[in-house]
Design a protein around this ligand. Structure first.
Ligand SMILES: [Zn+2]
Length: 162
């Protein structure tokens, strides 16, 4: 058995700015509205597999940390990121251009790129950790996460929690 939350309809959404270095179009700073959908498989513990409200709170907690930020991938070898006096300087090594961004506007992520795929892995890790830390995991066997970058395109991944 499973429960599902659709990020668009359940309002598990955030808007953010990113770039994909060296991509002909996506190499320029631009934004998306993202939606995070989850499917949680397991057996019922009492009436629920897990309370929808608990799932929403966990997912929105992660979304809120990224919402209306410029997302930067800390582990992207195509970027050189330095911080000085409240600003990040982001150099795109191959294209010889750089951005200077207010540190408060930036969210650094421990991922190799801000693609839908790598964002999805980030959300999977954050959500599965939160599920385990909140003691929900005993009856839950699998967690699936999908991150949509706009309507109609997204990336999915899953992890076993059994
Ligand atoms: Zn994009």
């Amino acid at each position: 058995m499973f429960i599902e939350l659709d990020g668009w309809h359940a309002k598990l959404r955030f808007s953010a700015c990113h770039l994909i270095p060296d991509h002909p179009k996506c190499g320029r700073l631009h934004g998306h509205t993202y939606a995070v959908s989850v499917r949680i498989e397991g057996s019922q513990a009492g009436q629920f597999i897990i309370d929808f409200e608990d799932v929403k709170r966990i997912v929105m907690g992660v979304c809120d940390r990224l919402d209306h930020r410029i997302l930067l991938a800390m582990d992207d070898p195509r970027l050189k990121i330095t911080k000085d006096d409240g600003y990040y300087t982001v150099e795109l090594i191959k294209s010889c251009k750089h951005y200077v961004l207010p540190a408060d506007d930036v969210k650094l992520l421990p991922i190799p790129s801000v693609s839908a795929e790598d964002l999805c892995k980030y959300f999977l890790n954050e959500i599965s950790t939160a599920i385990r830390n909140n003691g929900f995991a005993d009856n839950i066997t699998n967690l699936h996460v999908r991150v949509d970058e706009g309507i109609g395109q997204g990336a999915g991944c899953n992890i076993s929690l059994a």
